[in-house]
Structures are given as C-alpha cells and as structure tokens.
Design a protein around this ligand. Structure first.
Ligand SMILES: [Zn+2]
Length: 155
C-alpha cells in the first residue's frame, strides 16, 4: 500500500471510492478508512463488498471493488492475498465459497486457481480428488471424503 493513497485518504476521508478506483480491489484499511458507510455504498451502486464467512477463517478481511471497473479475477486474487485461510480447503469448496457471493467470482476463482497450487495442498493432506465410496452411508462421492462428509453425507 503506497503512501500516496494513504495521504489522499487522509485529506479526503469521504472519497474512499475514488481511492478504490485508482488503487484496485482494496481492504477497508487500504482505503484509509475504518469502515465504508451505507451512504457511500448508496451513492456508488457499483461498489462491491466481498466478505466471505467460512469455517477456519478467523476475522476474514473485507475486500472492496468496483463491479464494472475491476477485473473479477483481480478481486479474487486480492481476497486470497489478504485471506490466505481461504486456500485451506479443496478447490471445489473454494468455488462454492466464492459462488455464495456471485457466479462471476466463482468463475473468476476457476480462472486463477492454478496460480495457487491448491491441488498440491490436497495431496499433502493425503486426500484424493477422484472420489470413492463412503463407508458411513454407502454413497459414492465424486471428490474427497472430507468434502462428502461435510456437505452430502446422509449417515
Ligand atoms: Zn456418506
């Protein structure tokens, strides 16, 4: 975060949206403010607020973006950058996590996922990505057993 942006925000604390446009997808503190008020959000309908809640993510940071100005792939990269805990789950769970926000961001994650080597992390955890049969409910699952147990298991 450059000092230019900080001083801009200090002089014009209400122009967080202007800082956002020039800086790219940003956390709240990077915009030089402690929060974005409902008034700012109302006056700037393109202002997007990405805040995901998921197991294992403590105090996730919010990422602000301008829907028609910022590439959704950059929004996802920024979110992962400031919330690395998002990567501590299988690729498909991350797709669903971003998909809870919008189909656009789910697509964007799919586009940038290779940059983060999520598959390697799965293998380090001894999981398989090719499915199997659950010993608890007898159903076949197409991804990983932990993923099945969390989402689909009927046992
Ligand atoms: Zn099961």
């Amino acid at each position: 975060m450059g000092s230019t942006h900080t001083s801009m925000a200090a002089r014009q604390p209400l122009d967080a949206y202007g800082v956002l446009l020039s800086h790219g997808p940003s956390t709240t503190s990077e915009l030089g403010v402690t929060s974005i008020g409902t008034e700012t959000r109302r006056d700037n309908p393109e202002l997007g607020r990405l805040h995901l809640r998921a197991r294992g993510m403590n105090s996730p940071k919010t990422v602000w973006y301008a829907e028609d100005r910022h590439d959704p792939r950059d929004v996802v990269r920024k979110y992962v950058d400031v919330n690395p805990g998002v990567l501590d789950r299988p690729h498909r769970a991350i797709v669903q996590l971003f998909g809870d926000h919008s189909d656009m961001l789910a697509w964007a994650w799919g586009e940038v996922a290779d940059e983060y080597d999520v598959e390697r992390l799965e293998h380090e955890h001894g999981e398989t990505e090719h499915g199997g049969t659950c010993g608890l409910c007898g159903e076949d699952y197409e991804y990983t057993l932990p993923d099945h147990l969390e989402k689909d298991c009927e046992a």
